[in-house]
Design a protein around this ligand. Structure first.
Ligand code: DX5
Ligand code: ZN
Length: 227
């Protein structure tokens, strides 16, 4: 999970993009300063929605050199790690709630050559991360209940980000914190101030207007608090 700039990153979620013109939407957010492209994989079991599989990940990989951040909201994700890696996934995250042998799963992701991350639903406590933190490159904190784009940010996640940041600094870990769900112009600065390194935004970027400009505006807010 290289990040030479050391600054926080914005990852547009394609869930709210126009799938009939994915290429121009991806190019737009590249121009807008995106640090990676976030792809939401849903199976209709773990979450009540169905989205994309490896074929779309592969198609996106062909049109961008940005890292692909693949967020697996699926049961038994181990079955698909190889396929998503082959399709071009650079960061692969699995939900804590879906995996019985988390250490094995994240080790496998690393063996495949991708950066492993673990995701927590809004109601899953940080304490469950204790024994896995040193094995993952990032923790993704959900700030909505996963399944759909365009939902409202759950404000309690702001303090969860701060708490995780404290835990990581106390343990001297460089694990990055990603936040996903309801991120917009209003909360982006607060999230970075609280300790978030990567912000995912779907609706706020692709919902209306120009995705490049929307991404630039959110990034500007993120940069303001970094100075
Ligand atoms: C939700 C997905 C998110 C979603 C974010 O289940 O994991 O990545 O696309 O979209 P917004 O920013 O619209 O909440
Ligand atoms: Zn996501």
């Amino acid at each position: 999970m290289d990040n030479p700039s050391g600054r926080s990153q914005l990852c547009p979620s394609l869930l709210s993009a126009n799938f009939a013109r994915l290429e121009s939407d991806v190019k737009a957010v590249e121009l807008g300063g995106a640090g990676a492209i976030h792809l939401d994989v849903m199976d209709g079991h773990f979450v009540p929605n169905l989205t994309i599989g490896p074929a779309i990940v592969k198609a996106v990989d062909r049109i961008t050199s940005l890292p692909l951040d693949v967020h697996l909201m699926i049961e038994q994700p181990d079955r698909f790690l190889q396929s998503f890696r082959d399709a071009g996934a650079d960061w692969i995250s699995v939900h804590w709630e879906t995996v019985p042998h988390l250490h094995r799963t994240v080790t496998r992701i690393r063996e495949l050559g991708a950066s492993p991350g673990v995701v927590l639903n809004p109601a899953t406590p940080l304490s469950f991360l204790r024994d896995i933190l040193e094995y993952v490159d990032f923790v993704l904190l959900m700030s909505v209940n996963p399944g759909f784009g365009g939902q409202a940010f759950i404000p309690a996640i702001l303090s969860k980000v701060g708490e995780l940041k404290d835990i990581l600094s106390k343990r001297g870990l460089k694990t990055r914190i990603e936040v996903d769900g309801g991120v917009d112009l209003e909360n982006a600065a607060d999230l970075v101030r609280a300790g978030a390194d990567v912000l995912v935004a779907g609706n706020a970027i692709f919902g209306k207007g120009d995705p490049a400009e929307n991404a630039r505006d959110i990034l500007r807010r993120m940069r303001e608090v970094e100075r």
